[in-house]
Design a protein around this ligand. Sequence first.
Ligand code: PLP
Length: 427
Amino acid sequence: MTNYGFDTLQIHAGARPDPATGARQTPIYQTTGYVFRDADHAAALFNLQEVGFIYSRLTNPTIAVLQERIATLEGGVGAVCCSSGHAAQIMALFPLMAPGRNVVASTRLYGGTLTQFSQTIKRFGWSATFVDFDDTDAVKAAINDDTRAVFCESVSNPGGYVTDIPSIAAITDAAGIPLIVDNTSATPYLCNPIAQGATLVVHSTTKYLTGNGTVTGGCVVDSGKFDWSASDKFPSLSEAEPAYHGLKFHETFGELAFTFHGIAIGLRDLGMTMNPQGAHYTLMGIETLSLRMQRHVENAVAVAQWLEKDARVESVTYAGLASSPYAERAARLYPKGAGALFTFAIKGGYDACIKLVDALELFSHVANLGDTRSLIIHSASTTHRQLNEEQQIAAGAAPNMVRLSIGIETVADLIADLDQALAQAAG
Ligand SMILES: *Cc1c(COP(=O)(O)O)cnc(C)c1O
């Protein structure tokens, strides 16, 4: 399959006509259980001596197709889907972390991830150290003996920033630590973090992969390239697992160790499972991913260029603009486009932003992104509300800024809507 082009793989990878019925489209296997051939078969499945379907908290045929599809598009060896993007982040960290261990993370992250990492993971005894990922010396300095992962987004949310993944990967390789990249906003069409050196890729499939705002979902993709046994830092993967009679995941499953651990321990015991109906919607979405991303990027460039020239607008932060400080990096590492998510600041500050959001007719004021529809959010009063002003500015969500997620509508209609709303906000 891997010789096929992206457009072919997004439709065919992982799927084959249903062996029982010949159904061409992947059926929704709406079942929780699977009949064992006999007692020996059941025992082999439970001992992980044979791969197969046991119970849908762990595995399901519809979800298995989606896992293989995303792993293929990302160039990974395996993937585990789960109930949301945030679940995927916990699923990615879970086999690596332990009480007292830390993750070094970029300051430029989705607001919910900043909260998950700065507050909630403390309850597991984990911690996060946030640094500016443009300052590679600071990233190096932040990694210590207790660091078990480095985390960033490729194209970052709320927008305007693209990470130099190869530079960060050089640091994590030297330190013997896995690099986790959240590729939600770029999608595998615009960026392949694994080809640029990432160990694991996480997704909120809620966004562009599903593409039309119907279901939440997440995915963790493993590159299969990390040597979990090279140090004693990753005992969950390299040492005997008491829950499976002393089985060692890395020794037994090789490059698929992380994926098997994600299913056999992660989904089994954390239970953040995707449902087959959700997987179906995401499979439908992925079939048109490249076409949608091309239009998303084309529209985003046109809207950003129009806004940049408008006197009512103070600044536009989009890495796809020639004026962006990240234009050179974006052209080099994200040649098909810097996503369709960006922020702009307007004159009149916080109050004008609130008026703008209320005056828009075509753009919806929604806490989502990566929809076919164009969306807007005033991050400072919503998604980034839990942060103080300094953290909001560092995250690209200053009080005078709004974030746009540009959809695939007729671009002139989007510009006309922004034009009339800016007039009302200024008035
Ligand atoms: C939305 C989002 C998440 C969280 O995903 P959910 O599916 O909402 O849990 C994580 N990272 C990024 C970049 C996102 O856009």
